[in-house]
Design a protein around this ligand. Structure first.
Ligand SMILES: C[S@@+](CC[C@H](N)C(=O)[O-])C[C@H]1O[C@@H](n2cnc3c(N)ncnc32)[C@H](O)[C@@H]1O
Length: 317
């Protein structure tokens, strides 16, 4: 019984941790109202408390319980800033992982590039968190198109009005088109501390951008491929996964983890050679998201000048 109670309380606290304060208050209010009415009825004390009072007392208890729930800011500063702006903070909670890694860069004048602008929420989050940063966003759609998209969707619009607004700069480019990406590099100057791919998430897009952009990451910098779970056909369809799954981004990452080398049908030979001699590590993070599914993000660090030379596990055998 004690074990069952412990499991139950662990599940409840996990549930509380994952929900934000408002969601949980509503959930608890509903549960307590139902349990409260049923409980008092069973105990035959409903003569003392009529139904309205019972619901009011339950709702009050729920509000008190809701106040004890961990709000987004308790998951860290990056999650607090991103809350309500981007699903990196609210659904996937990648922000918890990123803050562990990126916190030392917080006050440095870093250059960050994100592929996939959406409603602009993550660009705002990065520029607020890295207070001296320059944040570059690229998207296949123009700002006007993205504004129109946000208007129609009813979601909040965090997009800048102009492509060059203070520390946030946006560009139009298809992440799977090397010529367009090169034009972006020429205009922006490349040399990024962090590049994140939160674009279209197809196998070709993720791998082409990875192969192209790695050259433009500073030594010791990071390249992040978000939403690697689009490689899982049992969860997602429409991201270009072949039947044998040999072309997936997850297969590419797993191959690197096993053999210390990159293999990808979307990459050119020179890109593969560059990656093989410049990746310090790949770290694949898997976490349960707020929709009770799985979210995967993979962080690659680029070698510094002092990193030891390494040409793959196969050559060491
Ligand atoms: C999930 S949204 C980005 C959300 C944003 N990063 C955030 O967290 O607030 C994905 C974006 O990727 C863009 N996108 C889709 N395919 C693309 C491509 N081939 N090249 C560049 N951007 C693309 C979409 O237009 C969309 O704006």
């Amino acid at each position: 019984m004690a074990g069952a109670n412990e499991r139950l309380s662990r599940s409840i606290s996990l549930c509380l941790v994952r929900k934000n304060r408002i969601d949980t208050s509503i959930l608890l209010a509903a549960v307590l109202a139902i349990v409260g009415v049923a409980g008092w009825r069973i105990l035959h004390v409903h003569s003392m408390f009529n139904r309205t009072r019972t619901i009011a007392v339950s709702a009050l208890l729920a509000l008190c319980a809701g106040c004890c729930v961990r709000p987004p800011q308790e998951f860290g500063e990056l999650t607090r800033i991103g809350h309500g702006k981007t699903d990196k903070a609210d659904n996937h909670r990648y922000t918890v992982i990123y803050e562990h890694l990126f916190a030392p860069l917080r006050c440095s004048p870093i250059r960050l590039c994100e592929i996939g602008i959406g409603g602009g929420g993550s660009l705002r989050m990065w520029s607020e968190y890295f207070r001296k940063s320059t944040v570059f966003g690229i998207d296949i759609y123009s700002l006007d198109q993205l504004h129109a998209w946000m208007r129609n969707s009813g979601f909040p619009d965090f997009l800048p009005d102009k492509p060059d607004t203070g520390r946030i700069k946006t560009f139009v480019a298809d992440q799977a088109n090397r010529e367009q990406l090169k034009r972006f590099i020429d205009a922006s100057g490349g040399d990024f501390d962090i590049v994140l791919d939160d674009g279209g998430h197809t196998m070709e897009q993720q791998q082409t951008s990875f192969g192209f952009f790695f050259k433009y990451v500073k030594p010791g910098g990071y390249y992040v491929i978000e939403d690697v779970h689009t490689s899982l056909p049992e969860l997602y369809r429409g991201y270009g996964v072949q039947d044998n799954e040999a072309n997936t981004t997850l297969t590419m990452i797993n191959f690197f983890i096993r053999h210390g080398r990159i293999q990808s049908q979307y990459l050119r030979r020179d890109e593969i050679e560059y990656l093989n001699s410049h990746i310090e590590y790949a770290n694949l993070f898997s976490r349960r998201n707020q929709l009770a599914s799985i979210s995967l993000t993979c962080i690659f660090q680029k070698k510094t000048q002092n990193s030891p030379k390494f040409t793959g596990l196969d050559s060491a055998r």
